[in-house]
Write a protein that binds this ligand. Structure first.
Ligand code: DX5
Ligand code: ZN
Length: 221
């Protein structure tokens, strides 16, 4: 089953409650929250208090993408704030196995992600321990960037790597995902589609944006 995860980075931060309610009413499966520290990525976004505020209005799981250095320092805070999935970047985790175990011990579903130029080999050994691998289809830090076409092949190779392990690991994609790029990432093996601009910046509103993504992904339900 394909899941749609609207990224609130592209929503109106002064009216997040309405944005989340609209996304859920239109069929969002997760709410994707981008946490940026101004160090690992150039941009600064939100932290645990905003995740806690979102938790109070959201009904669906919160998919929290940590684009921060030394994420192990904040895992407990994000778990307490109500994160259901915590995804860390391999580039920020010298002790990745320990960090993933910490997430699991907090009762949260662990995910791992990697930048466009980071080799898939960096996640091979952690596959048995994660529920989700996020393929960044742009360089992290900003919404509204163009999808990097060579990431299609990376998704295909990750799907094969996961199949070899026999594990049940979902492939998520993030960056430049819209109705035009969705068919190719889904065909390549992506099962969770993160979209900011294509949902909250859609000319026909949030419902129009999610409907277009669902149609492009072939979701019928
Ligand atoms: C980028 C973030 C994304 C971002 C995607 O660093 O991880 O989640 O919000 O935005 P769009 O869908 O506009 O590319
Ligand atoms: Zn993200």
């Amino acid at each position: 089953m394909i899941k749609i995860a609207p990224s609130i980075l592209a929503a109106d931060f002064a009216d997040l409650g309405s944005a989340i309610r609209a996304a859920e009413a239109a069929g969002a499966d997760y709410i994707h929250v981008d946490v940026m520290d101004g160090h690992f990525v150039p941009n600064i976004s939100v932290g645990p208090p905003v995740v806690a505020a979102i938790r109070r209005v959201a009904r669906c799981p919160l998919d929290v993408h940590l684009m921060i250095e030394a994420p192990e320092r904040y895992l407990a805070d994000f778990a307490r704030a109500g994160a259901d999935i915590l995804t860390v970047h391999v580039e920020t985790c010298p002790h990745l196995h320990r960090t993933i175990q910490q997430i699991r011990e907090l009762g949260v579903s662990p995910g791992v992600t990697l930048n466009p130029a980071t080799s898939l080999e960096t996640v091979r050994e952690i596959l048995p321990y994660v529920d989700q691998v996020l393929i960044m289809t742009v360089n992290p830090g900003f919404g509204g960037q163009n999808y990097i076409p060579s990431m299609r092949d990376k998704i295909v190779r990750l799907a094969a790597m996961i199949a070899e392990t026999g594990q049940n690991v979902a492939i998520e994609v993030d960056g430049g995902i819209d109705a035009a790029t969705t068919p190719e990432v889904v065909a390549a093996g992506a099962r969770v589609l993160v979209a900011g601009t294509a949902v909250f910046g859609h000319p026909h509103g949030v419902a129009g944006g999610i409907a277009a993504l669902r149609a492009a992904a072939g979701i019928v339900r």
